[in-house]
Design a protein around this ligand. Structure first.
Ligand code: CU
Length: 285
C-alpha cells in the first residue's frame, strides 16, 4: 500500500478478509501482526498479506470516523477504493499454513541491536509543528476558528480543500520550529556526519490557530519511531515517513547514513508549499 494523496490519511479496510501486517516504508517489522485496518498517511508505505476466504465480492475501502467540526459529532464514513472479486476456484498452491503463522524476524531484531541503547535516550533536537496566519479576512478567521472548535487528533475527513479555498500561502505559514534555537523552517541549520544517530522529538502543538496532523518525511535517511507520547514502540520498523497526530509527541531515531543535502518536511503538499520544510546536511566520512 502506498499513499500518494496530497493531504488525506486513509484507514484502509479489506472487508471481512484477514490482514497480516508485514513491512513498512524501508523494511520488515520485527514481528508480523494481525490488524483490522491499516492507517496510512501521505507518502507512507505498508506491506500486508490479505487472505480472501469467501467467494464473492469484497470492498477495499477507506473506513473512517468523520467529524462535524461545528457540532463536534463523529459519524461513520466509507469510501470504496477498489472491488475484489473472489472466484469459487480454490487457490493453488495452498499457502494457508504459512499465512496463518505470524513470523518473528530474529534477523531484524539482531540488526536493531546496536540501535537499542539509543532508543530511550533524551532527544538531541526538538521540533514543534504549528501554524501562523496573517492578513486573513475576519470572516474567514471566524469560520476557521469555528472549524477548530472540535478538532480530532487525526483529520480523517478532508477539510483541506475548504481550507485551501479560504486561504493562500501568503496568508498561512505552516511551521516546523527548532525549540532550542527558535529557528523556523528554512532558517533551521542542522549539520551531521555519516554514522550519526540523531534523536528528534516532534511535538504537534494543539494550541495553534488551526492544528492538523502532519506526516513528517525525511529524505535520504531511514529512521525508527522509538516512542509516541512517551509509550515505547514494541515492534520496530525502518521508516522514512511517520504521522504526528494533533497534541502528540513523537520520537525518531534517525540514522544519518547518506551524505548530501536532504529535506525534512511535512508530506501534506499544501503544508510543504506553505513553508513546512527545511534542509539538513550530512557530511561524508
Ligand atoms: Cu503538515
Amino acid at each position: 500500500l502506498t499513499n500518494v494523496a496530497n493531504s488525506r490519511t486513509f484507514n484502509v479496510t479489506f472487508g471481512g478478509a484477514q490482514v497480516k501486517l508485514i513491512a513498512s516504508d524501508v523494511g520488515r517489522f520485527e514481528r508480523e501482526a494481525w490488524v483490522e485496518s491499516v492507517v496510512i498517511a501521505p507518502a507512507e508505505r505498508y506491506v500486508v498479506d490479505v487472505r480472501f476466504e469467501e467467494p464473492g465480492t469484497t470492498l477495499i475501502a477507506n473506513s473512517i470516523q468523520a467529524i462535524n467540526h461545528f457540532r463536534g459529532e463523529f459519524y461513520p464514513h466509507v469510501d470504496t477504493l477498489s472491488i475484489v472479486t473472489v472466484s469459487t476456484e480454490t487457490a493453488a498452491p495452498d499457502i494457508s499454513d504459512s499465512f496463518y503463522s505470524l513470523r518473528v524476524h530474529d534477523e531484524i531484531a539482531a540488526e536493531l541491536e546496536p540501535y537499542r541503547p539509543h532508543l530511550n535516550r533524551e532527544p538531541d533536537y526538538e521540533l514543534e509543528a504549528t501554524v501562523r496566519v496573517q492578513d486573513l479576512p475576519t470572516p474567514i478567521v471566524l469560520a476557521m476558528e469555528a472549524d477548530t472548535l472540535f478538532f480530532p487528533p487525526m483529520e480523517w475527513n478532508d477539510a483541506m480543500p475548504v481550507m485551501n479555498w479560504l486561504s493562500t500561502g501568503d496568508q498561512v505559514t505552516w511551521i516546523l520550529k527548532d525549540r532550542d534555537t527558535g529557528a523556523e523552517n528554512n532558517d533551521i541549520d542542522w549539520n551531521f556526519k555519516v554514522g550519526d544517530l540523531v534523536k528528534i522529538r516532534i511535538f504537534n502543538s494543539p494550541d495553534s490557530f488551526h492544528p492538523m496532523n502532519h506526516p513528517i518525511h525525511i529524505h535520504g535517511q531511514r529512521f525508527l519511531v522509538t516512542s509516541m507520547d512517551g509509550t515505547e514502540n514494541q515492534n520496530l520498523v525502518w521508516k522514512d515517513t511517520a504521522i504526528v497526530p494533533v497534541g502528540s509527541s513523537m520520537d525518531l531515531l534517525v540514522e544519518m547514513s547518506n551524505p548530501g543535502e536532504w529535506m525534512l518536511h511535512c508530506h501534506i503538499a499544501e503544508h510543504l508549499s506553505a513553508g513546512m520544510m527545511f534542509s539538513f546536511t550530512v557530511q561524508g566520512q
